[in-house]
Design a binder for this molecule. Structure first.
Ligand SMILES: [Zn+2]
Length: 249
């Protein structure tokens, strides 16, 4: 695994070195273009949650809607959401934060007992810095969350979501080692920043449908209303919720 990360660092360093060499030999424009291409590649791979530049990411599903709930477990929202999901006979994926899971193991057990999937959403959810962590810190964030969840329910997650969808090229080697698959999304209502459920649901309504992966959050003041709205919307449209088999190849 360490070699997969080392070669990535060497590759980018060599590309920068090549660009600099071209630059100093007097070919200023060619050198600048090479550097811009490398920076563009790194930015596109890092800040576009659907980018496949650094490795595979699942952004669509088959035979229904995949509802994914990030940032839990939450002592207030999770029990209420579980009851809501039961009432609609919907199974979803909870991408949980390791630190919170360790604090509320009973909620993790309950999510699992009710037939939902539990995904890895890092140990501490470093939303502003996950994309620029070192290879070692990246590994610690992912592996520690795996270990905590496995310690609680006896099985490690098979799916991973990066905080705010930003990740660097050190992530995929760790996912491969941990047999995790990166999951993105194709529909969201920005419920983490919006204050009105209707506004969030309007955005989701525009993009949600067969084959879409919906992103919503726990632990916001509007979490339960948003999730209730998504469940009602799917029911109106005759869509069912699915948890795809995402075993890594
Ligand atoms: Zn998150």
């Amino acid at each position: 695994m360490i070699f997969a990360q080392v070669w990535r660092v060497l590759l980018v360093t060599a590309m920068f070195g090549g660009g600099t060499a071209v630059f100093v030999t007097g070919h200023f424009l060619a050198g600048a273009i090479i550097h811009m291409l490398i920076v563009g590649y790194l930015l596109a791979g890092t800040f576009n949650p659907s980018s496949r530049l650094f490795g595979p990411v699942q952004t669509r599903c088959k035979n229904g809607i995949w509802l994914t709930l990030d940032d839990g477990p939450d002592p207030v929202d999770t029990p209420a959401i579980l009851d809501l999901l039961d009432r609609h006979d919907a199974k979803v994926t909870f991408f949980v934060i390791g630190e919170k899971a360790e604090k509320h193991p009973d909620l993790i057990r309950e999510i699992h007992r009710r037939g939902h999937q539990i995904g890895n959403h890092t140990w501490s959810h470093p939303r502003a810095s996950f994309w620029c962590l070192s290879p070692w810190s990246t590994r610690r964030e992912i592996v520690k969350c795996q270990q905590v969840i496995e310690g609680i329910i006896g099985q490690a997650p098979k799916v991973f979501r990066a905080p705010v969808g930003h990740y660097n090229f050190f992530v995929h080697p760790v996912l491969k080692q941990e047999k995790l698959k990166l999951v993105g999304w194709s529909s969201r209502g920005f419920d983490g920043v919006a204050s009105l459920p209707a506004e969030v649901l309007r955005r989701i309504r525009r993009t949600a449908g067969e084959g879409e992966i919906i992103l919503a959050h726990e632990g916001t003041p509007i979490a339960c209303e948003v999730i209730a709205g998504i469940l009602a919307m799917a029911e109106e449209n005759g869509c069912r919720f699915v948890i795809p088999d995402v075993s890594p190849e």
